[in-house]
Design a protein. Structure first.
Length: 153
């Protein structure tokens, strides 16, 4: 600078200086928060885990849909190519298996103590209502195992 004092208009007032200081503090606080967020490994890991979990859920849903579609397609092809007598025999065998399974189930149910029956009923209901999360957790475990194995090699 030239050392020549500038006009009074260029000298900031104490209020303007205070506002500048506050603005600088705000920016500094934001910068510190951003740096702290980058340094927070636990939070970043949790965010990444959540992101991966969502990706696994989406992939599991896609794969399940694809497998269902493929199974339905294979079943249609098999039914179209199977001769009528074979389809009738298969239907009879299916009915016999269903009857046998129902009989075995009834026998087991009748001989099972009441507290065990109640626990089994609750476990079945819980599994049915939480099928999606259970599948997502299983898929996540598989992904983790595969990643660990690939890193060992």
């Amino acid at each position: 600078m030239s050392g020549i004092p500038q006009a009074d208009d260029s000298n900031p007032t104490p209020e303007e200086l205070q506002a500048q200081v506050e603005g600088t503090r705000e920016r500094l606080g934001q910068t510190v928060e951003a740096l702290a967020a980058k340094a927070d490994v636990k939070a970043r890991t949790q965010d990444k885990a959540t992101e991966l979990k969502d990706q696994v859920r989406e992939k599991a849903a896609e794969t399940t849909t694809q497998l269902k579609d493929k199974a339905a397609q294979v079943l249609r092809i098999a039914q179209d190519k199977a001769p009528e007598p074979a389809l009738e025999k298969a239907a009879q065998a299916k009915a016999q298996l269903a009857e046998g399974a129902a009989a075995v189930t009834d026998k087991i149910w009748d001989t099972t103590p009441q507290p065990v029956r109640e626990k089994a009923r609750r476990a079945t209901q819980t599994a049915r209502t939480n099928r999606g999360p259970l599948l997502a957790v299983a898929a996540a475990v598989v992904v983790v195992v595969l990643v660990r194995r690939s890193r060992r090699r």
